[in-house]
Design a binder for this molecule. Structure first.
Ligand code: GLY
Length: 344
């Protein structure tokens, strides 16, 4: 073969859409969750990895119990699974959330019902123990989709949700990360160059371990939800993609349910979750092709780091990441659980 032919074969193999970082389509899945981009391979000890896997399994089994044993709805399962992850400090949602640059925990969450595209979300809350519950209450008890900060907190309290002191969300691990980041900013104030506060490759505590869930119930209805503390060292008042319907969360019974994680500014600008649904609706591709097209085909070239999980109307699951991790797991109707932390 001529050298020029070898050159073109090499170029094609380098530019082809990578299979690495994708799962699926995996059939017969009733619930899937993610714990965000998490840590890069080699950062966590084996014991720490086992601890993350154990919580993801608990979230999956809790959600499946709601779906299969209690015959609950996809929405019930999504909420139940996300509450498990919000209550565990290993994830950047609820307790254990990252800090803003001025040392607060500001939480965002959303939920969407695939039956009728009803949706609810909260952003910038500091006292609501489980933001995913508040998001659902916004959807079910108001005429609105998104409530923010004090208005969302007062609504959550009036709705009877558990309210905590802001110190509930604080963990020493995240506080140390904030201090380290503040030290770095004094010596290398790079974040001034980037209004998102993101410093590529220079953020040891990037922690996009946002959490999310997608579910399909016995009637074939889909739901999706996402909850996060946002980006480490974000400006106070910054809102990411997680509470933005169509960006971090989307569900439509005709296509799929999606929950995303990653650099929220990109997920908002590329409308990632609704684009994945649109890929299925308009291009009639399968769920794996849909997540790959958006996460690897669209976000990767613009350096929008992140990933997502998706479940289609037939119960086929897919996930994609263009990063070096995506904590994720899925469970079938029969209770078979798979958890993975890194791309394969
Ligand atoms: N994806 C989470 C955030 O950017 O806030």
């Amino acid at each position: 073969m001529s050298p020029s032919r070898w050159f073109w074969i090499l170029m094609l193999s380098l530019t082809a859409s990578p299979a690495v970082g994708n799962d699926g389509p995996i059939p017969n899945v009733v619930l899937a969750v993610h714990g965000g981009l998490g840590e890069s391979p080699g950062v966590l000890t084996k014991d720490e990895e086992r601890a993350v896997i154990a919580v993801i399994e608990t979230a999956l089994r809790t959600g499946r119990q709601v779906l299969v044993e209690k015959q609950g709805s996809a929405l019930d399962a999504v909420e139940a699974a996300i509450r498990v992850l919000e209550d565990d400090p290993q994830f950047n949602a609820g307790k254990g959330a990252v800090f803003t640059s001025d040392g607060r925990n500001e939480l965002d969450a959303s939920i969407m019902d695939g039956r009728d595209r009803k949706a609810g979300a909260v952003a910038g809350v500091t006292t609501v123990k489980n933001p995913i519950r508040a998001a659902r209450a916004v959807m079910e008890k108001t005429r609105h989709v998104l409530l923010v900060s004090k208005g969302a907190e007062e609504f959550a309290q009036a709705a009877g949700l558990e309210i905590v002191d802001p110190s509930y969300f604080r963990t020493e691990r995240r506080w140390k990360e904030l201090e380290e980041r503040r030290r770095k900013e004094q010596t290398q104030p790079q974040s001034r160059l980037d209004p998102s506060g993101f410093v590529p490759g220079a953020d040891p505590g990037r922690h996009w371990s946002t959490v999310g869930a997608v579910a399909r119930d016995r009637e074939g209805h889909l739901a999706a939800g996402t909850s996060t503390g946002g980006m480490s060292y974000k400006r106070y008042g910054r809102v990411g993609d997680s509470p933005i319907i169509g960006a971090g969360t989307f569900a439509d019974d005709r296509t799929c349910a999606v929950s995303c994680t990653g650099h929220g500014e990109f997920f908002i600008r590329w409308q990632v979750a609704s684009d994945i649904s649109a890929q299925i609706e308009y291009r009639q591709v399968d769920v794996r092709q849909a997540v790959d097209t958006v996460i690897n085909g669209k976000l990767k070239p613009v350096k929008g780091e992140g990933g997502c999980i998706a479940l289609d109307r037939e119960g086929r699951f897919a996930a994609a990441t263009n990063s070096d991790s995506l904590w994720r797991g899925w469970i079938t109707a029969e209770g078979k659980v798979v958890v993975k932390l890194y791309p394969e």
